[in-house]
Write a protein that binds this ligand. Structure first.
Ligand SMILES: *Cc1c(COP(=O)(O)O)cnc(C)c1O
Length: 357
């Protein structure tokens, strides 16, 4: 018997979500963003499941991209942070893996390539987020310089939005980026999930959905289901002990919780070392054998407690959904002061992943 915890990944939901996200754009090209091990879902498994629908994939590491090629993925691959050194630049060119070019140091590496294997470059413009990219006033000059290099095929002008998900929207950044489109005469890629759903004028040629592929919403106060998406990840673990509490009894580290009345609690085989957030407040939602309940007291490294008082039939072996179709990840994230993004990426490697097709 292994420790009764698992994360189930619904690959058909991810496919549904990809199609649903792309549909928002009148079917423009959509690169499925599978960085961070596909937000914790497994990049090779996700790419394989999307292989017959996806226009391409976006990720971060060359070795992951090569692993996808080895797994038979033939779609275009784009590395969102581009090459990290000269050797990678060469290897990307040879392997036909495109990459963002966002800084002067990368131009140096590109200058040393020859025409035999052109590097597909996505010119990244910093339109206001101040993370990666060339200043907008330099974009046209850099585009010309790249276009003149024999070892480079400049394909796309790209940028990334900082506030596409909130009420500030994309106005400021779009005003900065939009004029460059005509001046550079390149294909355009700007929209992340939030812009796909809320800012159609930014769709350009290629969009980059991430979070929505996994059935979650990029917008605070909404869930993936509200957007017509299907949650793809279910984290669940079983009850491995039951405690009966008298009034005044306490639960867990710090004795954070104290019972006011007789209670029955279940101890669940999931803790922060599995990726469940330690700072989730007392009262975070869970579902026990399909019935709504809540956490009790502090999250331990390997265990947490849930209230079973109103579920008399629940006991050892009961399945507790920590997040999934019955417990929106967004609600758990709100109780932990974080985002659905962080929680899905944080599921620990020690938690077995079970794939459903
Ligand atoms: C992560 C990322 C995305 C996807 O963002 P979501 O909010 O998950 O849709 C798109 N583009 C870039 C450059 C990214 O880093």
């Amino acid at each position: 018997m292994t420790r009764p915890i698992r994360v189930e990944i619904d690959l058909s939901a991810i496919k549904h979500n990809y199609i649903q996200s792309r549909k928002q754009t009148q079917n423009r090209r959509a690169l499925a963003v599978i960085k961070a091990n596909a937000y914790g879902h497994g990049s090779t498994e996700v790419a394989t499941a999307l292989a017959d629908v996806a226009d391409g994939f976006a990720l971060l590491n060359l070795e992951d991209a090569i692993a996808l090629r080895d797994a038979g993925i033939e779609q275009p691959l784009t590395l969102l942070e581009g090459p990290f050194d000269e050797a990678e630049t060469r290897l990307m060119a040879v392997q036909k893996i495109a990459g963002a070019i966002h800084g002067e140091h990368q131009l140096e590496w590109l200058r040393r390539l020859d025409a035999s294997h052109p590097f597909e470059a996505w010119l990244k413009v910093n339109s206001g987020m101040n993370r990666l990219g060339f200043a907008p006033e330099r974009a046209v000059g850099i585009a010309h310089a790249l276009a003149a290099l024999p070892g480079v095929r400049l394909s796309t002008l790209m940028t990334h939005f900082a506030t596409a998900d909130d009420e500030r929207g994309v106005d400021e950044q779009w005003a900065c980026f939009e004029p460059l489109i005509a001046q550079c005469g390149l294909k355009v890629s700007a929209a992340n999930s939030a812009a796909i759903f809320r800012h159609p004028r930014t769709h350009g040629d290629t969009v980059r959905p991430g979070i929505t592929l996994y059935g979650c919403s990029p917008f605070e106060g909404t869930t993936g289901t509200d957007l017509g998406l299907k949650p793809a990840m279910t984290l669940s673990a079983d009850v491995i002990a039951v405690q009966s509490l008298r009034p005044g009894d306490k639960v867990g580290y710090g004795c954070l919780f104290q019972a006011n009345e007789p209670m029955r609690i279940g101890i669940v085989a999931c803790g922060y070392a599995d990726g469940y957030p330690r700072i989730a407040i007392d009262g975070t939602p869970v579902a026990v054998d399909g019935r709504a309940s809540r956490t009790v007291g502090r999250i331990s490294m390997d265990m947490l407690a849930v209230d079973l008082s109103h579920i008399p039939q629940a006991g050892i072996g009961s399945r507790v959904e920590l997040w999934g179709p019955a417990v929106p990840l967004e609600h758990v994230a709100a109780c932990a002061g974080t985002l659905n993004y962080e929680l899905m990426c944080a599921v620990a490697l020690r938690v077995p992943r079970l794939y459903r097709h």
